[in-house]
Write a new protein. Structure first.
Length: 243
C-alpha cells in the first residue's frame, strides 16, 4: 500500500540540467543513461559550443552542471563567481585531428610547413569558430605553431561548434576539417587524415563544475558519477582519455 506513493514521488523527481560541450554528445548521453539505470531521474543534457553555454550561464540561464571542452571558459565562469569552485574537476582529455571524407585518400603532412599549407589550402577547411570555440582555438594554435596559419586562414569555413565543422566534411561541403579524435570516432562518414602533435596546442581537457544556480538534489551525485571510475570508463569507450 505504500509502494504507490513512493513510485509517484520518484516519477516527480527531475534530473539535473547539464550544459555540455558539443563533442560530448554520444558519451554524455551514454553516461546519463547509465546513471538513470541506477534508479536516478535521467539528466537533461544541452549540447553546444562551450563558449555559447558559458555565455548562457553568464546571461542568467539556470542550470546545474557545466562541462567545458577547455579550461578557459570554466575560468571565465569562475572569475564571475558562477561556479562552486570546490566542485571543479578536470576529468577528460582529447586529441586534435584533421578529418576527410571516408573515400578520400589525402594524408596530412605535419611538416614541412610548405607541404602542410599546400594540402590544407587545396579547398575549404572546416573549423569551429577560431575566436571563441575551444576546438577552433586549439586548431588555430596548432596551425600557428606549425607556421601555416597565415596561409590557411583565408580558406577556413567557420562553424558554430566542432560538430557543425564535422558535418561540413560529412556532407562533402569541405574536403578537410579540424575536429577532435572523438568526433572522428563518432562519425562513420569520415576518417582521420592526420593528427596534430600535442605540443602544438594547449592540452585539450574537459573540466566539470556545479553551477551556483543549481537547485537540483541530483546534481552533485551525477557530477561525482561523471568523474568516477565507472563514469570515466564509459567516456573511454567513446575515445576520451581519463585524467
Amino acid at each position: 500500500m505504500v509502494s504507490a506513493p513512493i513510485a509517484a514521488h520518484a516519477a516527480e523527481r527531475k534530473g539535473p540540467l547539464v550544459l555540455a560541450a558539443a563533442s560530448l554528445q554520444e558519451s554524455m548521453t551514454a553516461v546519463a543513461d547509465a546513471w538513470a539505470k541506477r534508479g536516478h531521474p535521467c539528466p537533461v543534457v544541452s549540447f553546444a559550443a562551450s563558449s555559447a553555454l558559458a555565455r548562457q550561464v553568464e546571461s542568467g540561464g539556470a542550470a546545474d552542471l557545466f562541462v567545458s571542452a577547455d579550461e578557459d571558459w570554466m575560468d571565465d565562469l569562475a572569475k564571475r563567481d558562477l561556479i562552486v569552485t570546490s566542485t571543479r574537476v578536470t576529468f577528460l582529455a582529447n586529441r586534435l585531428v584533421v578529418v576527410a571524407p571516408k573515400a578520400s585518400r589525402v594524408r596530412i603532412p605535419v611538416r614541412p610547413p610548405a607541404a602542410l599549407a599546400r594540402v590544407l589550402t587545396a579547398g575549404p577547411l572546416a573549423m569551429a569558430d577560431t575566436n571563441s570555440v575551444p576546438a577552433g582555438k586549439y586548431g588555430k594554435a596548432a596551425l600557428t605553431a606549425l607556421g601555416v596559419w597565415a596561409q590557411v586562414e583565408a580558406k577556413v569555413v567557420g562553424a558554430e561548434n566542432v560538430r557543425a565543422a564535422l558535418a561540413l566534411v560529412e556532407r562533402a561541403a569541405a574536403p578537410l576539417g579540424i575536429v577532435y579524435a572523438t568526433d572522428a570516432k563518432a562519425s562513420p562518414s569520415v576518417r582521420i587524415a592526420g593528427v596534430f602533435p600535442e605540443n602544438t596546442h594547449p592540452p585539450i581537457t574537459y573540466p566539470v563544475a556545479r553551477l551556483k544556480t543549481s537547485t537540483n538534489a541530483e546534481a552533485e551525485g551525477f557530477r561525482r558519477f561523471l568523474i568516477s571510475r565507472a563514469g570515466k570508463a564509459i567516456f573511454a569507450r567513446y575515445g576520451f582519455n581519463a585524467r
